[in-house]
Write a protein that binds this ligand. Structure first.
Ligand code: 6R9
Length: 587
């Protein structure tokens, strides 16, 4: 196991066409708009720029999408086919009376129709609203209602298991289009309808017209409907090139679930607008399969999550090295902090480091990231991309003040308006407005910045642990314990304390070969005290089989908090926990 301290600079640089350092004095967002929209910069349609534009550029026969099915099926869809199919989807939707700016919900795994559906919705002027297929019927019903969807595109299997029972109560939902073999009452056959019509030309949407809607729950709070405009594609074009170096010669694989913004931005828009081939793997995470895909499909750029990386690490570097002959040029991670060890493990096992990237549903695209080579610092979030101005703010007496001191901690704020900035919080204008102040968007994440301008994640503002006079960032404690060879994953939360208000407690899952028990607990506690000091070290360590996660792989600190105080897990948990009864082995 590699033991690494944060702060190491990665030696090997990936050689993407435009990848490297972020500094770019010439950078202007308008250039990206001119490139995509041509002379008429008041019209921009996501569906058109992702498919039709590539056809117009002579890329029609190039593979846009390579779909890998669960049972080893394989299907290639060219840009020409994607353009044609999405045009037909647009026609079907228009025939159902879809009005510009109306939401179409999509509940599907990574199946080929997902991609033509998204592009078709955009071409028809609608708002693409993907839902996590892992949600149960309750959260799906709630989101269909909140989004006001009149049309839903789903699969026969998901409809039967997750929607059919709620349908009578969903009065707004008029049309359900189903991909599959069996069609329940009140459902149309998506494929038959699409095959039977002629493509519709894309609606001339304005760059600021709403294009996609994600419900984000994060780790706390009630779900928020986050809206983005067509203009967001400018950020996907730029980050696709800057971060991943994407061009037509690339095979790009993003492992995100379609319900997560990462899939919309990088599992769909970025590779297509850059003209690359995107890999869509229907199956869930299985390390052997994943190494096989990287190798067999000659993936050149890969975007995944810390959870996936840690799972692969658990399977060991020897397995990874048996697939070492790969074509990977760049690998990156998002969603949670990526510890230095995981960054370097990528280098050791796959030949490229995992570059951490930071962004949120609200930012719509990568805003801070590590660039290959000298532009990277393992354990940090990286530096702001060109066209993005990021600062650290602290509110004192209600007024935000900029913190410029090296290593000063405060809330990360981004200067409005980068193109993929969210344009609304569905039906919650006050909640939207509260995120902005004096021309800055406040992210709710606490960070610090080192002398070289790299940002380091400290924690969510609402996750901070207030222990006496000490403000403890859970991530700092987690990052320290992750360096111990026994620790596979860790979540640290505050537990109420009579004396000091809150104390940090840790939930830990172990790497193979380590046994949960008092001896290891004592060792970890003493390791943490030595590394962090007694004030910051966790007071308790609980061994768990797996940590509770959101569908996008984020540790649900709220659930851990409830566990820490022995309360039920709370009513607004949006995803079910993995079924592992008795996994809290020390309770
Ligand atoms: C794309 C996405 C956003 C929140 C964000 C932050 C956390 C994301 C991170 C990270 C540390 C990183 N987050 N990337 N924390 N390091 N590289 O994840 O969107 O689901 O809205 O979550 O995730 O707390 O504010 P979303």
């Amino acid at each position: 196991m590699v033991s690494a301290k944060p702060g190491k600079t990665i030696a090997k640089a990936a050689s993407g066409s435009d990848a490297g350092s972020w500094s770019d004095a010439e950078f202007r967002w308008d250039d990206a708009l001119a490139e995509l929209a041509g002379a008429s910069t008041d019209v921009l349609n996501l569906g058109a720029v992702c498919a039709d534009r590539q056809v117009a550029l002579g890329q029609g026969e190039h593979v846009a999408l390579r779909w890998l099915g669960r049972q080893s099926e394989r299907r290639d869809v060219t840009y020409h086919q994607l353009s044609d199919q999405s045009g037909r989807v647009a026609r079907v939707l228009a025939d159902l009376g879809l009005q510009p700016g109306e939401t179409v919900a999509v509940l599907m795994g990574r199946v080929p129709e997902l991609y033509s559906a998204a592009l078709g919705i955009w071409k028809a002027g609608g708002i693409y609203c993907p839902l996590f297929a892992a949600f149960g019927p309750g959260p799906i019903k709630a989101r269909l209602e909140l989004g006001g969807a009149r049309i839903l595109i789903t699969t026969d299997e998901l409809y039967a298991r997750k929607v059919a029972m709620s349908r009578p109560g969903l009065s707004r939902l008029q049309h359900v289009l189903v991909v599959g073999e069996s069609f329940a009452d009140g459902c149309g056959d998506f494929r038959a309808l699409v095959n039977a019509c002629l493509p519709l030309s894309p609606v001339a949407t304005k760059p600021d017209a709403p294009a996609f809607l994600h419900f984000t729950s994060g780790t706390t709070g009630t779900p928020k409907g986050v809206l983005h405009p067509h203009r967001a594609v400018l950020a996907h074009l730029v980050t696709g090139r800057k971060v991943f170096g994407l061009s037509a010669s690339d095979v790009f694989w993003c492992t995100a679930d379609p319900g997560w913004v990462t899939s919309t931005a990088y599992g769909l828009i970025a590779p297509l607008v850059c003209g690359a081939t995107l890999i869509a793997d229907e199956a869930e995470l299985e390390p052997r399969r994943w190494y096989g895909i990287l190798h067999d499909e000659k993936v050149t750029a890969w975007y995944t999550t810390p959870t996936a990386i840690r799972t692969m690490m658990r399977y060991g570097a020897a397995l990874a090295r048996s697939y070492r002959e790969n074509t990977l040029r760049v690998a990156a991670s998002v969603g949670e902090p990526l510890n230095a060890e995981a960054v370097l493990w990528g280098q050791k096992a796959l030949g490229v480091p995992f570059l951490d990237t930071w962004w949120q549903t609200e930012t719509g695209a990568i805003t801070i990231a590590n660039a290959p080579g000298e532009g990277s610092r393992s354990g940090s979030m990286g530096r702001p991309l060109p066209g993005v101005e990021a600062v650290i703010m602290r509110c004192e007496g209600g007024t935000p003040n900029r913190i410029d001191a090296v290593d000063g901690v405060g809330e990360l704020a981004i200067r409005t308006c980068w193109p993929s900035m969210f344009s609304g919080a569905l039906g919650e204008e006050p909640r939207y407005g509260e995120c902005f102040r004096d021309g800055w968007y406040f992210t709710g994440d606490l960070v610090r910045r080192d002398a070289d301008g790299f940002f380091w994640f400290v924690g969510r503002a609402d996750d901070m642990i207030k222990c006496g006079a000490l403000q403890i960032g859970p991530f700092e404690v987690e990052a320290c314990l992750m360096d111990h060879p026994a620790v596979a994953e860790i979540g640290v939360v505050g537990k109420p304390d009579m004396l000091v208000r809150e104390v940090p407690v840790a939930f830990v899952s172990l790497n193979p070969g380590f046994e949960a028990g008092d001896a290891l607990r004592a060792e970890l506690l003493s390791y943490a005290r030595q590394e962090l000091g007694a004030g910051m070290a966790p007071r308790e360590i609980h061994f768990v089989e797996e940590l509770p996660k959101t569908n996008s792989g984020k540790i649900m600190r709220r659930v851990l908090k409830a566990k820490a105080v022995g309360e039920p897990e709370g009513g607004d948990i949006l995803v079910s926990l993995p079924p592992c009864p008795g996994r809290y082995d020390d309770e």
